[in-house]
Structure formats: C-alpha cells, structure tokens
Design a binder for this molecule. Structure first.
Ligand SMILES: [Zn+2]
Length: 273
C-alpha cells in the first residue's frame, strides 16, 4: 500500500467518466434515484457494496437533506470503496423531491462516495461543485443539454481550485443541525446519546476541520455556537448586524461570523409581526 497521499485532481472529469452519467433518471423518488446511480457505479465495478452504500446515503439524507437548493442535490457517504472517491451524476427532467429547504424539486443529483482516509477531499469537491452550480446560467445549461455528450461536456468544465480561504458555502443548515444534536445530547438518555453521537459524527466529518474546532470552542464557552440573524439582529448578542452583511446573509445557506460576538451567524426566517 502506498502511504503518499494521492495528488489532488483539478477537474471534475478526473473523477467522472461518461459512463457514470445518467442523462435522464427513470426514478421518481430519492431512494430510487440514489439506487439507480449506485447501480451505474456497480455496473462499472467502481463499488462492490451497494447495499451498505444505499443505507449510509439514505441515513445521511434523512439527517439533513443534501439538496443545496435551486434543483441540485449532493447525496453522499463516507465509506471505504477501495479507491479515493467515486462519483455518479444523474439528471432528471421531471425533478425529484429531495426535501430541499427551498422546496424545489431536484433536477441534478451528484452522488459522491469517498474514502475515510481522505477527510479534506469531500469539502474540496463540494466547494468546487457549489461554486459552479450556484450560477443560474450553469444550471440552466445542464438542464437544457440535448444529450448525454453535451451534459458531460458541461460537467467536465467544473474545476477544483485550491483556494486556502474558501468561502463556506451552503453549510449553514448542517451547522445548525449539529448544534441541535449537541444540545439534545446533553439531556438525552445513554441510548439516545449514543445515537446522537453517531449523527453528530456524520456531520462533523463533512464540515471543514477549522470550522468544527471553532464550533466546539464556542459551544464550550457560551453553550451555543450558532446564532440566527433575525431582522438584522444577531440573536447571539442582540446587536445589529451591518446592513452590508445582512443583505448577503438574508435567505442564504452560507455561514458568516458575527462581527460583535464571534458566533456563527445563519439566516433565519423573519419574525412574524
Ligand atoms: Zn453576535
């Protein structure tokens, strides 16, 4: 076995071959869709533990939906599949319900299985995909693709850059869920704690390491780490957020840091007046 870390790849096409793309998924619900994509990977002999992967992916999906909004979902599992990372992409003309926070049906599913020995890789991949897919123009092209070759050509454009300070994208819901679990854990019975610990671990391993250690420090110090931004006010310290920050934060699933109290700030629905 080689001990050197594998060189990081820079394009989505380094991971994705045309055989791993389904132009129009037959499935009508999310479990079927995940299974359809796993079948594609099994046929290519890229995985040999389909049943386990399906269970892991659906468990993770039930914890917090991996739909990132605007019709895109990234179901995933961290399982040793032999290789470093395995991906499959499915497009759905009709759309599939993925319990997305914006209520939209999902038209693009990118399924990712990655090796536990490479913890940073998923974040890197996720950031690259999100950066590309956040642009309506790119999503529009994917949906308008006439055939598999055109779809594959568009997906091949996705680049993974190594930016040290990556913006934390689309992880606010996940971080909030982690806090909810950690708070519940304190009050739970032993059995509940064990189950919650498992859920917390699932979330922790896919969040950036610096983000998680900062989260832990805040939890220890204040008893909570994530504060809602409501009507321009940080609920962690009751101080007004700068208008500039609030305008980018509102309605977004990104994570920001309160300039006053240092807690993580996430967008919340407006208070009813
Ligand atoms: Zn604050």
């Amino acid at each position: 076995m080689e001990t050197q870390p594998a060189p990081r790849k820079t394009h989505f096409s380094d991971y994705l071959k045309p055989q791993q793309v389904v132009f129009d998924l037959k499935s009508k619900d999310k479990v079927e869709a995940v299974e359809e994509l796993l079948d594609v990977l099994a046929k290519q002999k890229l995985i040999d533990n389909k049943k386990l992967l399906l269970t892991r992916i659906i468990d993770r999906e039930n914890l917090v939906s991996t739909a990132i909004g605007s019709g895109v979902a990234l179901p995933h599992a961290r399982v040793d599949s032999g290789g470093e990372i395995v991906v499959a992409v499915g497009r759905s003309e009709k759309g599939i319900d993925f319990d997305a926070h914006d209520g939209q049906k999902v038209h693009l599913i990118i399924l990712v299985v990655w090796n536990p020995s490479l913890p940073g890789l998923f974040n890197h991949l996720f950031a690259g995909l999100a950066r590309f897919l956040i642009r309506a123009e790119n999503r529009g092209r994917i949906l308008a693709a006439k055939d598999k070759a055109e779809l594959y050509a568009i997906l091949s454009e996705i680049e993974f850059k190594f930016v040290h300070e990556e913006k934390i994208v689309s992880r606010a819901i996940l971080l909030k869920k982690l806090q909810e679990i950690e708070l519940k854990k304190k009050k739970g019975t032993k059995d509940q704690q064990k189950e919650l610990q498992k859920h917390a671990a699932m979330i922790r391993e896919e969040l950036d390491r610096d983000l998680v250690s900062r989260f832990d420090r805040l939890m220890e110090r204040y008893g909570f780490a994530v504060a809602d931004a409501v009507d321009g006010v940080c609920q962690g310290c009751n101080i007004n957020i700068s208008t500039q920050m609030y305008s980018v934060l509102e309605g977004s699933n990104d994570i920001y840091v309160c300039e006053n109290c240092g807690k993580y700030l996430v967008s919340a629905k407006k208070k009813k007046k």
